[in-house]
Design a protein around this ligand. Sequence first.
Ligand SMILES: *Cc1c(COP(=O)(O)O)cnc(C)c1O
Length: 421
Amino acid sequence: MEAQTQRPESPRDPLERMARARHEFGEHGGVNMSIEASTTFTVLTAHTMPELFRGALGPDHGGCYLYGRSFNPTVYALGRQLAALENTDAAYASASGMGAISAVVLQLCRSGDHVVASNTLYGGTFALLHDYLPPRTGIRTAFVDITDLAAVEAAITPDTRLLYTETVANPTLAVSDLPELAAIAHRHGIPLVVDNTFSPLLVTPTAWGADIVVHSLTKFINGASDIIAGAVCGSEAFIQSLMDVHDGSLMLLGPTMDPKVAHEVSLRIPTLSVRMVEHCRRAQVFAERLAELGCDVCYPGLPDHPQHELLGRLRNPGYGYGGLLTLDLGTIERAERFMELLQNEHSFGFMAVSLGYFETLMSCSGSSTSSELSEEDRAAAGIRPGLVRMSIGITGSLEQRWTQLRDAVERVGGTSQRVQA
Ligand SMILES: *Cc1c(COP(=O)(O)O)cnc(C)c1O
């Protein structure tokens, strides 16, 4: 499979690409696009309908829209903005991140096929590949340490149909070496599929050879923790295949995004850049200060993070090292007391799963979002019981938030956990 090359007319700066894609008027000249709230679409001549069903005509192929579970104009307009974000030829949004991920895996694999995936994945993705698919479909996954490139290559078999990873892994914050992984995948003729939920705008996986990018729009891209949504970004042919009336996973499994939701998400995208810059800035300051206090903090922006240099190379200019950090407080009791102090005494943030919200969200990964993993799998992935994942918010003043954070970490005795390298 060929790496996706930069399209000649496409600017390198994602903001410039997104500005172009956004420039669509509403039906009556409104500054926002219109919501096309129709589940079905009329044809002007009767003979058009069979051609629509054969796939000979479509919104981009001299025809029109067919039905709302297939392409919808508003959802498609959001797709164009996401394609611009990820520099792919096409993209389409779905009802959730898991809807997007499961559709991609099922589109690429048939019964008995094989997947090679990172062993530190979002819990739902891990459960899909590890528990759900094998008994139902015979699609099996080899989970590997994605930073061990030799192990990745050794796990690929003649039946492997895709290599799957997350740019920044959940919750270990290990960074994938996308150019090396793409080279391995392409040597074996398979696509590299990358979940870029933790790092939209920060990293453009297709610039480093990724073929398909998936997102949970629920997180940073939407940014307000009020909408569940997802997206697939890829080649025109792949996005069309997902919508095939006989063989398309998005069309047939039906994780369809509502056009009203697409409209709302599209209004959040223009502020994604300023939000990401601020999430990164605050996470960097907190990580540095926590490390100075002696806390066991993990953040890709710290020089002792194993992939600090790699993410420095992969990231787009102007962005930091992401909005998430983890803090190991040694025991689950300390971790729970720490989060309770921050939420109930300081109103610093919320004890809740998820990420990318404008407020800080905190959870113990081992007993929440990664609880789908067995104890051994968690240990192998370095997810210890006292590990608190923090998605750093952007409200309040930075110094106000730091005073709250320092107070909580000092009161639970979390300042002597750092293992000196
Ligand atoms: C949340 C998340 C998902 C799943 O997305 P939903 O929108 O909740 O279905 C997938 N991957 C990552 C990295 C996530 O954080």
